[in-house]
Ligand binder design. Structure first.
Ligand code: 2M8
Length: 451
């Protein structure tokens, strides 16, 4: 299936990078970057790591500032919160007053944050920063950042892995980053208001984006109910591990953790520290993902539901993320490639932009709705790295082509309708325009030599 549109020539690629930089400039808030101009007016954790990966290519001082600002919100127990509210104003829900993080003794007193975490992309961003800008200033910065990233990973292994399996669990769909993935439906279906009381609240996202592109009211009730539960338990991890009804081990989160441990071990050597602990974490997680999250019936990795002690459904793009973590053997990676290039993700006749976030042939596929079908630049970037890592150059090139074509044609949207032509299905940008990680990861992609 040949790519249909020629990629921009070198000059045009430079113009695209300039447009991407303008998006990041527009979202820069004097010390950190908002994910989007209006929809997400604070600092988000994994967004900032992706943003730093992009800004490292042309503005290392900004990448350093980005990571430093984020880690100002780190909790005393090591948790890196998914949102840091440097400016508590703004009309995002749930804002800092809703989170009430003062209920935890671990929350910082001088910075307001959320009370949940996000995928640990930060060591990967820090290593990228060094690779792009290996000077003394960066080395000093990394010396100071290194123990903070270690503390975050240690938190994941000590507080989010109660059975010491080598797998971190997430206790809120927002922690997974793929908020309304159909994979969570079965778990959330059990959490009606009788199980999980929901306080009164008002969403703000629907003021800015069409409801057809955002999570449902039913999903939001669960999201808010889970925050309310964490507050009631004072964000106590032991109590949450016992009582939180949403507790899943996700292949995307753990594959990122695996890759982040590899990066952390490299960082340790760069800053003159012992890489042993990071290597040990890497080995544990790699084995655990391989043994526990591989679903032989579907030949893909799936999430595990700790509450019901069973595997969740296949169909999510997250199932291929172990390629990014370097987790499967070469042989199993080839099996994964077969699944990824099947019609549900790769299309049949070039009709799809690769890669939809959910299997087009799955019953829950929805080409407009957030993490239930649209294409996202960050998951494409993760898969591109994974395919390249395993030497799958042809598929990596196809993915790179589609990433570039999507933003060239439709701008730096938050996500994209997966169809090339509107006669086939939804096409074009969805969610927020001028989305930071779409811009940042394009800059990174276009700054790397093509293998
Ligand atoms: C989305 O999540 C936030 C909640 O954290 C939201 O919908 O309000 C997700 O796409 C998440 O992965 C992302 O980090 C965040 C900011 O871009 O938006």
């Amino acid at each position: 299936m040949a790519p249909e549109t020629p990629l921009p020539e070198a000059g045009a690629a430079q113009a695209l990078v300039r447009r991407a930089r303008a998006v990041l400039d527009g979202n820069w808030c004097d010390g950190y970057t908002k994910p989007a101009p209006r929809l997400y007016p604070h600092q988000w954790s994994w967004d900032s790591a992706f943003i730093a990966i992009g800004s490292a290519a042309y503005a290392p001082s900004r990448a350093r500032a980005e990571l430093a600002a984020l880690f100002r919100g780190q909790w005393a127990n090591g948790m890196l919160p998914h949102i840091v509210f440097h400016d508590p104003s703004g009309d995002y829900f749930p804002g800092p007053d809703f989170w009430e993080t003062h209920r935890s003794a671990h929350a910082p007193r001088d910075v307001r944050t959320s009370g949940i975490t996000n995928p640990p992309v930060h060591a990967i961003a820090a290593l990228k920063l060094y690779q792009r800008d290996p000077d003394e200033q960066t080395a000093n910065f990394l010396r100071a950042l290194f123990p903070k990233i270690c503390a975050f990973h240690r938190y994941l292994y000590e507080q989010r892995d109660p059975e010491r399996e080598g797998l971190a669990y997430v206790r809120h769909p927002w922690e997974s980053g793929l908020d309304n993935s159909p994979v969570w439906d079965a778990v959330l279906a059990r959490l009606g208001p009788d199980v999980l009381p929901v306080p009164a609240y008002r969403r703000r996202d629907l003021d800015l984006v069409a409801a057809a592109q955002r999570p449902t009211a039913r999903d939001y009730d669960r999201y808010v109910g889970l925050v309310a539960l964490a507050k009631r338990l004072g964000y106590d991890e032991t109590a949450l591990a016992r009582e939180c009804p949403f507790a899943v081990q996700d292949p995307l989160f753990n594959s990122i953790l695996c890759r982040a441990n590899e990066a952390l071990a490299e960082l340790a050597e760069l800053v003159g520290q012992d890489p042993g602990e990071a290597r040990e974490w890497y080995a544990q997680t790699r084995t655990a993902v391989e043994e526990k999250l591989w679903d032989p019936a579907h030949s893909v990795y799936v999430a595990y539901d700790l509450a019901e002690r069973g595997r969740l459904v296949a169909g999510s793009i997250a199932g291929f993320a172990p390629l990014f973590g370097g987790i499967p053997s070469q042989e199993r990676a080839a099996t994964l490639r077969t699944g990824l290039t099947a019609p549900g993700f790769w299309g049949r006749r070039g009709e799809l932009y690769r890669v939809p976030s959910y299997d087009r042939e799955g019953a829950a596929f929805d080409p407009r709705k957030y993490w239930r079908g649209p294409v996202w630049i960050n998951t494409d970037w993760l898969l591109y790295q994974g395919l390249t890592r395993y030497g799958f150059a042809e598929q990596a090139a196809a993915l790179r082509h589609d990433m570039v074509e999507l933003v060239d044609r439709f701008g730096f949207s938050e996500y994209f309708g997966p169809f090339r032509r509107s006669e086939e299905g939804p096409t074009g940008g969805l969610g927020s325009p001028d989305f930071s990680w779409s811009a940042a990861l394009l800059i990174d992609l276009l700054s790397e030599p093509v293998e």
